[in-house]
Design a protein around this ligand. Structure first.
Ligand code: 3PG
Ligand code: MG
Length: 396
């Protein structure tokens, strides 16, 4: 690794600003999945045990200015619980209150400062805001790989004004992803699912040049199907992107990348648990039906394909996996991938918020080669793009 890690940092008595990703799913004020919290515990504990003051910086949601619904306060509660140690919550990430709380904290104590995005300067990577954040720290540790695709003050700017180090999760993510993907064993297959083509357009366009097979699932598959002239009924579909879908197919053809789309589907008239549903060939979706999962033939094709590839990178579920039975395709393929990893025949790396949830649901999160908590950062990394948060650490 060409950047410094906690092994290189002198932490005792230092004020350590630690960027973490605590952008966790939340319902009614309660954290519903603690994966991201759990991933940063080793870094927090290590700094604390080595006598540093742990000053956590994080964003939550995409607020425009201060907005109570995006406060990190409930996250502080969940973090303290998982950590088994008090977490001092501070109402602002800069200014007098933050300075006082940091000064008052003892070595080894943990503070969480309020959402960095309550200040526009974070996303703007504004120099004055970077200085205001840096005023509370002696060194900077970035443990937020999943936010490293953002060139923000708290993810990138700070690394230029303070001695900067990669935290343990950042380090683990980079090591695992490099091992799986820098020189992947070929053929390489990518599975990209999720709701919308629009959020992953660039990814798809770049990915077809890098992988040998691209299986498209989820809502975005519908856009590709519609672009091929197939009637997708009431399914989620971005009808304004049909030309784009065709362009991506053309790029794939030129690059020699095979695109796999569902050949059959589970369809229903309503989106709810256990609605009346049926399995249909993809060309027979009725006008009032929605495609909610890939069908059994499609799943069989993907599973067969897994036997011919050596590396799998996966982002995004095949169907509406949060509702049974529309989790079937995702769960079946996940289990098939896990079996092949166990047999030493496949390297399988999965990433993304929904994807982590889907792999947990399938019970294979610990059985794949690596599961990244990163969504957007994982995708950009998959495309081979430089991540500003990682590059800033390297530069030091
Ligand atoms: C994520 O949830 O993917 C990361 O925390 C980044 O969040 P963002 O997409 O709002 O920058
Ligand atoms: Mg996101």
């Amino acid at each position: 690794m060409s950047f410094r890690t906690l092994d290189d940092a002198d932490l005792a008595g230092k004020r350590v600003l630690v960027r973490v990703d605590l952008n966790v799913p939340m319902e009614a004020g309660k954290v519903t999945d603690t994966t991201r919290i759990d991933r940063v515990l080793p870094t927090i504990r290590e700094i604390s045990q080595k006598g540093g003051k742990v000053i956590l910086l994080a964003h939550f949601g995409r607020p425009k200015g201060r907005d109570p619904k995006d406060s990190l306060k409930p996250v502080a509660v969940a973090l303290a619980h998982r950590l088994g140690q008090p977490v001092i919550f501070v109402d602002d990430c800069i200014g007098e209150d933050a300075a006082k709380a940091v000064a008052a904290a003892k070595s080894g104590e943990v503070l969480l400062l309020e959402n960095t995005r309550f200040h526009a300067g974070d996303e703007k990577n504004d120099a004055a805001f970077v200085r205001a954040l840096a005023a509370n720290g002696d060194i900077f540790v970035n443990d937020a790989f999943s936010a490293a695709h953002r060139a923000h003050a708290s993810t990138e700017g700070l690394a230029h004004v303070l001695p900067a180090y990669a935290g343990r999760t950042m380090q683990a993510e980079l090591e695992a992803l490099s091992a799986g993907l820098d020189n992947p064993a070929r053929p390489v297959m990518a599975i990209v699912g999720g709701a919308k083509v629009s959020t992953k357009l660039e990814l798809l366009g770049n990915l077809v040049k890098k992988v040998d097979v691209l299986a498209i699932g989820g809502g975005m598959a519908n856009t590709f199907l519609a672009a091929r002239g197939i009637n997708v009924g009431k399914s989620l579909c971005e009808h304004d992107l049909l030309a784009t879908a065709r362009e991506i197919e053309e790029k794939a053809r030129v690059a020699g990348c095979e695109i796999m789309l569902p050949v059959d589907a589970l369809v229903a008239r309503e989106f709810k648990a256990n609605p009346g549903h049926r399995v249909v060939p993809i060309t027979e979706v009725a006008a009032d039906e929605m495609i909610l999962d890939a069908g059994p033939l499609s799943v069989a094709e993907v599973v067969l394909k897994l036997d011919t590839v050596r590396t799998l990178v996966w982002n995004g579920p095949f169907g509406a996996f949060e509702l049974h039975p529309f989790d079937t395709a995702t769960v079946t393929v996940a289990k098939a991938a896990a079996e092949r990893v166990k047999a030493g025949r496949l390297v399988a790396v999965a990433g993304g918020g929904d994807t982590v949830a889907a792999m947990n649901h399938a019970g294979v999160a610990d059985e794949l080669s690596y599961v990244s908590t990163a969504g957007g950062a994982f995708l950009e990394w998959m495309e081979g793009k430089a991540l500003p948060g990682v590059e800033a650490l390297r530069a030091r």
